[in-house]
Design a binder for this molecule. Structure first.
Ligand SMILES: [Zn+2]
Ligand SMILES: [Zn+2]
Length: 63
C-alpha cells in the first residue's frame, strides 16, 4: 500500500482506490440498493436514501 503523506483522499474500503478509479460493484452497505450509490467519508458506499437518512457525506462531491 502506498499512503502518501498529505493526501487525505477517501478511498474505497474494498480496493483502496478513490471513487473515480474504483472498479468494485457499488451498492449500498445498508440496503443493497444500487440507486445513486456514492462513496462516503467512511470509505463505504451508501445510496441516496441512506445518505440522507443518516447524514453521510459523499467523499467527492460533483461539481
Ligand atoms: Zn473499490
Ligand atoms: Zn441504502
Amino acid at each position: 500500500m502506498s499512503s502518501r503523506p498529505g493526501v487525505s483522499r477517501i478511498v474505497c474500503a474494498q480496493c483502496e482506490r478513490p471513487e473515480a478509479s474504483c472498479g468494485c460493484e457499488k451498492f449500498c452497505v445498508y440496503c443493497q440498493s444500487q440507486l445513486d450509490v456514492r462513496l462516503c467519508t467512511d470509505g463505504l458506499f451508501y445510496c441516496e436514501a441512506c445518505r440522507t437518512a443518516c447524514d453521510y457525506k459523499v467523499a467527492e462531491k460533483d461539481k
